[in-house]
Ligand binder design. Structure first.
Ligand code: PEP
Length: 246
């Protein structure tokens, strides 16, 4: 059986400062994270200020275009030059604030892979969808848009983060069982696309993960780590969450 390497990625969102970058650089580099991948995703403007030795850097979004008249956007090549290895695409805040469709998200993931970044693709439902009992249908549609543009080999290079919108930044975490159910569904959907994908693709849970609930979530069989928002801004909390993933 394939052992998937655990991963914890921190999404700073539009937070941080030069001094926070410096303290993360110092504190994280003094830790070794054996047998797991740790990723910090600050705002793009901070990427090149990090000196990341024991962890990797990721961006929070990328353009699906090469370059040109796209004011405010960052290309995959630019993010790579700034030190990123990963890029989050399709975070619910981008889907909501920037009207990003499932197809746009898939195109960004495709561009990221084509130009050498690993996409962390976010999917997840609103409370309304959950209460209507349509979680699998909704998440299945989000995944379907990815499968429409990425072939199985490309999907196999992606990381998928299940982030129920109602749990993001709200302090309401999905229970380990709720999270596991959707992760199992995602894995089954990947298997239907191509059997190897189910075994090898890393699936992360995101939504109010904290040091006191991380271990229980990460112990679920289909959860390979986490995408962490608020708690990724505090070095002690972030390191405690990373340790819970090993
Ligand atoms: C996120 O922004 O991806 C996230 C999961 O946020 P939080 O951990 O704050 O809920």
């Amino acid at each position: 059986m394939t052992k998937r390497t655990p991963m914890v990625a921190g999404n700073w969102k539009m937070n941080g400062s030069r001094s926070l970058v410096e303290s993360f650089t110092n504190v994280l580099n003094s830790h070794t994270f054996d047998n797991m991948d740790v990723v910090v995703c600050p705002p793009a403007g901070f990427l090149s200020m990090f000196v990341a030795q024991t962890y990797s850097l990721g961006a929070q979004d990328c353009s699906a275009q090469d370059n040109g008249a796209h004011t405010g956007d960052n290309s995959v090549q630019m993010l790579k030059e700034l030190g990123a290895k990963y890029v989050i695409v399709g975070h619910s805040e981008r889907r909501q604030d920037h009207d990003e469709s499932n197809e746009t998200v898939a195109r960004k993931a495709h561009k990221a892979l084509a130009d050498g970044l690993v996409p962390i693709i976010c999917v997840g439902e609103s409370l309304k969808i959950r209460e209507a009992g349509q979680v699998n249908e909704f998440v299945g549609e989000q995944l379907g848009a990815i499968f429409a543009i990425l072939d199985a080999e490309q999907v196999g290079q992606c990381i998928i983060a299940y982030e129920p919108i109602w749990a993001i930044g709200t302090g309401k975490t999905a229970s380990p069982e709720q999270a596991q159910d959707v992760h199992a569904f995602i894995r089954e959907t990947l298997a239907n696309y191509q059997s190897d994908l189910a075994l090898n693709t890393r699936l992360l849970y995101g939504g109010s993960v904290k040091p006191d609930n991380a271990a229980q979530l990460f112990a679920q069989p289909d959860i390979d780590g986490g995408l962490i928002g608020g708690a990724s801004l505090n070095t002690d909390d972030f390191i405690a969450i990373c340790q819970a993933a090993i």
